[in-house]
Design a protein around this ligand. Structure first.
Ligand SMILES: Nc1ncnc2c1ncn2[C@@H]1O[C@H](COP(=O)(O)OP(=O)(O)O)[C@@H](O)[C@H]1O
Ligand SMILES: [Mg+2]
Length: 234
């Protein structure tokens, strides 16, 4: 197993105050390693998205710490956190977060442009990744013209295009048919995962469990169980 990519320690997150306080995550610790595809599974409302948001620099925990590549991210300044997200993390949101006024191609190019690649180069790289997710012919349409499954694939292309060390997918195949879901996960596992990269996936979709190296089960804000995934050949 590779070096530790993400070290989460005693993470706690609640929403609301006093009587209305609800706990989303109640003390979660885990390590994720480079070269590893880690799955987090659990029922709706068990805290999976909240946990992902805390390890990717989006949502500040109430307690606990997150160390990514030896950086204690919640001790950084907000500018440093923004830079960390741009340089290190690729996030595929459950509801895609595509920009409605940009074309599909431009949506995929955005993180590359933000990383200061020049426009033409960004567009070229983006086109390559759109092709990978099977949407080459949709490049010039706005996201609203695409099906939900296609929008999900655009979000995946955008997250992988900037080659982040830490790739985080929140329910990436929820609105894809089984064949497309497997094709994308198969591609991610074979071509995107490598020894310098860590991929964390939240999913309900047991059709893609075969790609997991490790499966972490969450329930009611806690990790209940960790098991080896379906891809181990030992
Ligand atoms: N921004 C928020 N404000 C208030 N409650 C929230 C917020 N985000 C999540 N929660 C609550 O935290 C719990 C865990 O939510 P979430 O992390 O989205 O779970 P999952 O992704 O496993 O479905 C749920 O009870 C949810 O209602
Ligand atoms: Mg969720």
């Amino acid at each position: 197993m590779g070096n530790v990519a993400v070290m989460a320690k005693e993470l706690v997150k609640w929403f609301g105050e006093e009587d209305a306080k609800t706990y989303a995550v109640r003390g979660v610790s885990f390590d994720a390693h480079f070269g590893e595809m880690l799955y987090i599974v659990g029922p709706s409302g068990s805290g999976k998205t909240t946990l992902l948001s805390m390890i990717s620099g989006i949502l500040r925990p109430n307690k606990g710490s997150v160390v990514v590549e030896d950086k204690d991210i919640w001790s950084l300044t907000s500018d440093e956190i923004a830079e960390f997200r741009l340089s290190t993390v690729g996030f595929v949101f459950q509801d895609y977060h595509l920009f409605p006024r940009l074309t599909t191609l431009e949506n995929v190019a955005i993180p590359l442009i933000l990383k200061k690649l020049d426009w033409n180069e960004s567009i070229q790289v983006a086109a390559k990744f759109l092709e990978i997710v099977g949407l080459k012919e949709r490049a010039h349409l706005p996201p609203v013209k695409l099906s939900t499954g296609e929008q999900q694939r655009v979000a995946i292309a955008r997250a992988i295009a900037s080659s982040p060390d830490l790739l985080i997918f929140d329910e990436p195949t929820a609105s894809l048919d089984g064949e497309t879901g497997r094709r994308i996960l198969d591609f991610v596992k074979k071509n995107i995962l490598n020894e310098r990269r860590c991929i964390i996936i939240v999913t309900h979709d047991n059709r893609i469990f075969e790609y997991a190296d490790k499966i972490m089960k969450m329930s009611d804000g806690k990790i209940m169980d960790v098991e080896k995934g379906g891809s181990d050949e030992e």
